[in-house]
Design a protein around this ligand. Structure first.
Ligand SMILES: Cc1cc2nc3c(=O)[nH]c(=O)nc-3n(C[C@H](O)[C@H](O)[C@H](O)COP(=O)(O)OP(=O)(O)OC[C@H]3O[C@@H](n4cnc5c(N)ncnc54)[C@H](O)[C@@H]3O)c2cc1C
Length: 596
């Protein structure tokens, strides 16, 4: 059976000991964020996720969602709705929302730990609160006070859920192409008409109302992304005083049959003059949507993290139990008919890859989440700008690397099971199928890579990158005389220097040929991800060895860091070669000759 146990100790080590979040929270004046309170909340969260959500994961996969064409209603898998009720009654829906909205006012970065557990326990189920959280962010930052009172509060309290309606049949990565129309009608309302596809949670049976956040064009809007506005379109009509009226003219037309995440419903949504309200300024919808997308991108990165961990935990248990063949160096368990497969070097390579990418990735993601807290709560403009720059730089790395690594790690973990991984019984093939979507939705890996290199590094003159490298250089300087850390500090310092040179070289080539950005971007993204993990692994060892931790914990951190530096960090050589190969080898073959 496929199970999940929340890695509470490593989560707490990452957030509080390595990232030192408590000091960040104290500086930001977040009173509710005391470590003992949060450690207790983590234990409670672990119980809910391990006992309620995790057992429903395979149920969701087997049953999927069902669509009633006559009514347009969707039924989620057995137990999903009840789990949502428990989630709401436990107060989990609003843990990071402000107290005045009925939330618990805990930091966003703490909410991320809960999120990691949910995603590991049941990724499909987790998509419903994920989309609600994205809608919360857009309404919090761009909604009018009455919109916050009526819609935001209902979502925070878990009475309604949110969706994000961007994609149309002809418009996915390129939102500038969208056609959905918004016509002004009476009382400051708009009539929204168009078709959105692939809408997660577009229809379901968790709540009576659903708050769709919809991108559409006003009649006089300029072409492209400069002419997009954002609208609230509730499933049931809602007046400004919060009273709920009749059914709105928005309906689910059908649901998709997918490779994975069967319990997460993916809908075609038809808007036939549905009544809606504008959020923020006309034609500035993309700004509001980016608020939502940035949160959602970090959240999808966390989905990758959760999947890596769940797959790893199950592969580890199996590799300790499964007896096949003897170790090449002689029997390790001679009284048994064969040795457990964990003795075999290549099984260890697969397990250690997941451990290294998972625990290192946890630090990368949690650190980014603390920057969200700084941005939202600091009163110092310079500090906010600094956090914003670094977060903007890190967001595409978190999203794309963690999700791509989840594909790699769920496949490796499946491989540890051999044929038993390929059949449904052990739940490993579900994890591999579920992981596959994470590199696609919320902006594909290619789009994240262009965002990183084209926008965050080149267009913004590397403001975030400079901070990131500054962080690494400072750590290296502080530890220059730390002999036990020398094996990590040396290579890390060399990479930090090389990173700058590599970036400058791309900039030079791109000045002559803009295609160089697209040609280098995905290699650059992975290169960045591995450098970031090298930093976090070196720092983990430094913190573990200086602290009062059990000897086994310290040994595991050091040996995993050694594995990372010896066997994963060298991937930067391959990515550097890819970056330096330039655009020519990609563009030389005429598109017409690809089948010649
Ligand atoms: C299960 C599921 C749930 C989803 N949930 C939602 C949701 O809730 N709300 C919503 O609005 N959307 C949702 N989506 C849509 C999702 O965000 C899009 O599928 C995704 O953004 C990609 O768009 P597309 O499918 O149209 O692919 P396209 O944009 O057509 O891209 C096709 C391929 O071309 C690549 N590509 C495109 N442009 C470039 C470029 N310039 N350089 C390099 N490569 C490029 C892409 O990376 C991709 O590999 C969901 C999709 C799925 C499958």
């Amino acid at each position: 059976m496929n199970t999940y146990k929340a890695p509470v100790r490593d989560m707490s080590f990452a957030l509080f000991d390595v990232i030192q979040a408590e000091a960040i929270y104290a500086k930001l004046g977040i009173e509710a964020a005391q470590r003992d309170i949060m450690d207790a909340a983590l234990e409670e969260a672990a119980k809910f996720n391990e006992n309620v959500l995790a057992p429903l994961n395979s149920v969701g996969d087997r049953e999927g969602c069902t669509f009633d064409k006559a009514t347009g209603n969707v039924k989620t898998p057995t137990g999903f709705k009840e789990a949502y009720t428990q989630f709401v009654e436990g107060g989990w829906a609003g843990i990071t929302a402000r107290a005045e909205l009925g939330g618990m006012d805990l930091p966003e970065s703490f909410g991320v730990l809960m999120k990691e557990m949910i995603d590991a326990a049941n990724l499909s189920w987790g998509n419903y609160p994920l989309l609600s959280h994205g809608a919360t962010e857009a309404l919090k930052h761009h909604g009018e006070p009455w919109q916050q009172e009526v819609f935001l509060k209902a979502i925070v309290e878990g009475r309604w859920t949110g969706t994000m309606c961007l994609t149309e049949p002809h418009c996915g990565s390129d939102l500038g192409l969208l056609k959905t129309r918004a016509e002004p009608i009476a009382d400051g309302k708009y009539a929204i008409t168009g078709t959105k596809i692939f809408i997660t949670g577009g229809e379901h049976d968790f709540t009576d109302n659903i708050v769709h956040l919809v991108l559409a064009r006003l009649p006089d809007a300029p072409a492209g992304t400069k002419g997009i506005s954002l609208f609230i379109v509730p499933k049931m009509k809602v007046a400004r005083d919060g009273s709920v009226g009749e059914r709105n003219a928005v309906r689910c037309g059908s649901i998709e049959h997918k490779m994975g995440i069967h319990g997460s419903v993916t809908c075609v949504m038809n808007f036939d003059g549905a009544e809606g309200y504008l959020i923020g300024q006309p034609n500035k919808g993309l700004n509001a949507m980016f608020t939502m997308m940035n949160t959602a991108r970090l959240a999808v990165g966390i989905q990758g993290l959760g999947l890596i961990d769940r797959a790893y935990q199950n592969a580890l248990r199996y590799s300790r139990d499964r007896l096949q063949m003897r170790a090449l160096s002689g029997a390790k368990e001679p009284t048994k008919p064969a040795d457990p497969i964990i003795v075999h070097p290549d099984i260890r390579r697969m397990l250690l890859t997941s451990k290294a990418l998972g625990e290192g990735g946890r630090l990368l993601a949690y650190h980014a989440a603390t920057l969200v807290d700084v941005m939202e709560r600091t009163t110092d403009d310079a500090e906010r700008k600094q956090a914003d720059d670094l977060l903007s730089f890190l967001t595409p790395i978190v999203k794309a690397c963690l999700t791509e690594w989840s594909v790699e790690c769920t496949y490796n973990s499946l491989q540890c099971f051999g044929g038993h991984g390929y059949v449904a019984e052990w739940g490993m093939e579900q994890l591999a199928r579920d992981a596959r979507i994470t590199t696609i939705y919320e902006g594909t890996t290619q789009i994240q890579a262009l965002d990183l290199l084209g926008r965050k590094v080149m267009q913004q003159q590397g403001v975030g990158l400079k901070q990131f490298l500054g962080m690494i250089q400072q750590f290296c300087e502080q530890n220059i005389a730390n002999a036990p850390l020398a094996e990590f500090i040396g290579p890390l310092a060399v990479l930090a220097k090389e990173y700058t040179d590599t970036t400058l070289a791309i900039g030079k080539r791109a000045a002559a040929n803009p295609d160089e950005i697209g040609a280098a971007s995905v290699d650059y993204l992975f290169y960045s991800g591995y450098v970031a993990l090298a930093y976090w692994w070196a720092k983990s060892v430094a913190v573990a060895e200086a602290g009062d931790y059990p000897a086994d914990f310290k040994t595991a951190k050091r040996e995993t860091a050694r594995f990372f530096f010896a066997r994963i960090l060298p991937r930067t050589r391959m990515h550097k070669a890819g970056i330096e190969a330039g655009a020519h080898s990609l563009l030389a073959l005429d598109a017409a000759l690809f089948d010649s």
